[in-house]
Design a binder for this molecule. Sequence first.
Ligand SMILES: [Mn+2]
Length: 234
Amino acid sequence: MARPRIGVTAGFRGGELQLGADYLAAVHAAGGVPVVLPCGLGCAAELFGAVRGLLLTGGPDLDPSLYGQAPHPALGRVDAARDQDELHLVRMARERRMPVLGVCRGLQVMVVAGGGTLYQDLDSQLPGALRHHQSAPREEASHPIRVTQDSRLAALIGAGEQQVNSFHHQAADYLPADWRAVARAPDGVLEGIEGEDADFLLAVQWHPENRFRHVSADLALFRGLVAAAAAWVE
Ligand SMILES: [Mn+2]
C-alpha cells in the first residue's frame, strides 16, 4: 500500500506558521507522508478529508473556558482559533475511527475534546510535582515514566520504567470515561493515555519527535500511527 498521508497540525504565531520540523521528519521516518494542517483558519473540516491519520502537535495552552475553568494566573498563551480547529479534527476523527496520535498539547486537546479537564499549571496546582519543563536539550530525557502492562502503549514501546523528555507546565487532570491512563511520572502526572476501544487513539505528554532518531521507542509511536493509518478503512 502507498505511504499513508498523515495530517500534522500546526498553529500560527507572530504571522508565521508554528510547527517543529521534527514532527514532519518523524512521520516521514515512520513511513508516512506528512501533510501540514494549518489550524486557526476555520477550515478543519475541509482539511480532514486529505489524510488517513492525525498527529496533534505541541503548542500553546488550551483556553480553560473549554473545560469550564477560569484562567489561572500562570496560564500561558492561548490560541482560541487553533483550539477550535483541533477540537473539530479530533471529533471528526473519533466519529470516523481515524487513527490519532497526540503529543504534549495534542494529549491535552484529546482530553478536552472528550470532556476532561487539565491542570493549568503543575508547579502551582500539584504540590510535589516534578520539574516537567526541563532546561536540558530537547533530545535528552529528564524524568522517568512507568508504562502500564497490557496497553497499546506498552505493545509499541514496552512496559515498565522508561526515560522521557519533558516540556510542559500543563497536564491532564480529569480523564474522560472512555480513556485509560497508561503511563505516569513518579509524581502521578499523566504521561500517556489511550482510548478504551480498538481504535488507534494514543497520546503522550513527552516529545518523541525530538528523540526518534536515537530512541527506538519514540520512533515506534510514529510507526504505530502510520501502520494504523495504512490499515484504516474509511
Ligand atoms: Mn513530563
